[in-house]
Design a protein around this ligand. Structure first.
Ligand SMILES: CC(C)(COP(=O)(O)OP(=O)(O)OC[C@H]1O[C@@H](n2cnc3c(N)ncnc32)[C@H](O)[C@@H]1OP(=O)(O)O)[C@@H](O)C(=O)NCCC(=O)NCCS
Length: 231
């Protein structure tokens, strides 16, 4: 069961749980933040890829929250708190992900060859992640703030709120995986996350068409000053 993110407002920014109707705007924000393959892909394929990526992140998340200015969604964080993951059918994400892949291919059968290459690189990256990721009980899956609203503290508040919920649930270590090409990974360093592993990132390199390094970060929640409760 997903944790219900408490709705609250902070300054001009309000926070609430993600709704399925947010998919289009979150896809647009993600596509702008990670414009892989721009120019080489058809507009719709790129849109579906990003929306598929978001749906797939949601499958592995127990926390999905959006930040809003007025009615507009301007950022989001999806994450997993293992303490609240118990009881979830571990096969469900796999089945749903296969169904999503089938749906994606039916939309655009010409993507089949490309998708096989993508899947191969996703599996290799998953295997490397399993090898390098330290034991943790909270994971940030996806964090993006609309470029027009960056530098206003929204990203930090989204992370504070997630880590506050993780701490409340008894989590001790939070981790995340990111890459060095498109992500503003130094944000996590200024937050206090420590770099614990790096390796060749097959899936990002495949998308970007140039070599990329995967970075795994970890934060000791027992020591961090993340708030005990979401504001
Ligand atoms: C990373 C991201 C979520 C940060 O969101 P944001 O709302 O602009 O960040 P904030 O305004 O809350 O910044 C909080 C702090 O982090 C620092 N920070 C933000 N971006 C930074 C960057 N690129 N490098 C170094 N520090 C950064 C800010 O200076 C601020 O420090 P302060 O508290 O000392 O003033 C946003 O840049 C983004 O969406 N980037 C594209 C997607 C991405 O990279 N996601 C994360 C990796 S997958």
């Amino acid at each position: 069961m997903n944790i219900e993110a408490p709705s609250s407002a902070h300054g001009d920014v309000a926070f609430r749980s993600y709704r399925p109707s947010d998919l289009t705007v979150c896809g647009r924000i993600a596509k702008e933040a990670f414009p892989y393959g721009r120019g080489s892909e058809r507009e719709n394929s790129s849109k579906w890829t990003m929306e598929g990526y978001i749906e797939s992140s949601l499958l592995y998340s127990t926390w999905s929250e959006v930040a809003c200015v007025g009615d507009e969604v301007v950022g989001f964080l999806f994450g997993r708190i293992e303490k609240t993951w118990k009881g979830r059918n571990r096969f469900r994400p796999l089945i749903t992900e296969l169904a999503m892949t089938a749906r994606f291919l039916l939309r655009d059968p010409l993507m089949l060859a490309r998708s096989l290459g993508l899947m191969w690189n996703v599996w290799i990256t998953e295997a490397k992640l399993a090898e390098h990721r330290p034991e943790s009980d909270a994971e940030i899956e996806l964090l993006i703030v609309d470029s027009r609203h960056r530098g206003k503290g929204i990203g930090k508040q989204l992370v504070d709120r997630f880590l506050g919920a993780a701490k409340n649930a008894g989590a001790r270590v939070a981790t995340l995986y990111t890459e060095d090409l498109q992500s503003n990974y130094r944000f996590y360093e200024s937050y206090g996350f420590k770099r614990v592993a790096t390796f060749y990132d097959d899936v990002t390199s495949y998308f970007a068409g140039k070599p990329s390094t995967a970075i795994i970060y970890a934060l000791d929640l027992k020591r961090s000053e993340a708030p005990e409760r979401p504001r």
